[in-house]
Design a binder for this molecule. Sequence first.
Ligand code: APR
Ligand code: ZN
Length: 258
Amino acid sequence: MRKEIKKLAMDDNALNSAAELILDSKRNVGFTGAGVSVESGIPPFRGKDGLWNKYDPGILDLSYFYSNPKESWSVIKELFYDFFGSAKPNSAHKVLAEMEQMGLLSSVITQNIDNLHQEAGSKTVYEFHGNSRHLICKECDITYTVTEDLIKELPPRCEKCGSVLKPDFIFFGEMIPEFAYRKSVEEAQQAQVFIVIGTTGEVVPASLIPQMAKENGVMIIEVNPKKSLFTDSFTDIYLQGKASEVMPELMEKIKLKL
Ligand code: APR
Ligand code: ZN
């Protein structure tokens, strides 16, 4: 019982400090990973219930994909379209969108390809690993919007040249989209506060962005039920908990101080 009360008090202090930091800062940026979408029904990649325990990440190796398009596509469809397709934004996504509307957040840098930040209403989203909403033909450089029809027959092929279409998200070994990378580095240089939500910090180069920010004197607020590679090295305020529980509490504190 005492431990509970002590934890609640500590959380409350941490929440209040985080709210003050956000309100005093001229530029706040969100940085999200798979954890922010867990409560939307999308499992994380790593950890006990991680997708990579059930699926071989090799399906997202570019050369494997082009040499085994049918096999690779059947798993990709199951994982990133059937699964992701039914997910809806949760309160953590919605709080970030509301913060942007209130002028308290300049952008969200996300490692996620699930489009849930945009569906929650966020306008400025830098997709570090691309997005599953589009398929591209690398031969013709044509982009197709994903429809059920387009991915009914696998692998989906380009109408113009018949080549296999690839989801517009980053496969292992592929370059980070130039625009998202450049804007993320700019934010790491210009921000005063980063709100890092639901990432292990294990995947590079994405995890270098909060590090870069820290080196530029940016304050790091982290939301994660478990410690990440950032927590003991870069994080200034650690809000231990699930994103869809902590973010509404943080917003409440912010509104009380407005
Ligand atoms: N709320 C907040 N964080 C959570 C929650 C939750 N409800 N549930 C889990 N987490 C945290 C975990 O503690 C972990 O730190 O989310 C993180 C999920 O880890 P990963 O699945 O490894 O996700 P991430 O770090 O974003 O992985 C990055 O790896 O496979 C690639 O491209 C893929 O973008 C992905 C990248
Ligand atoms: Zn083509």
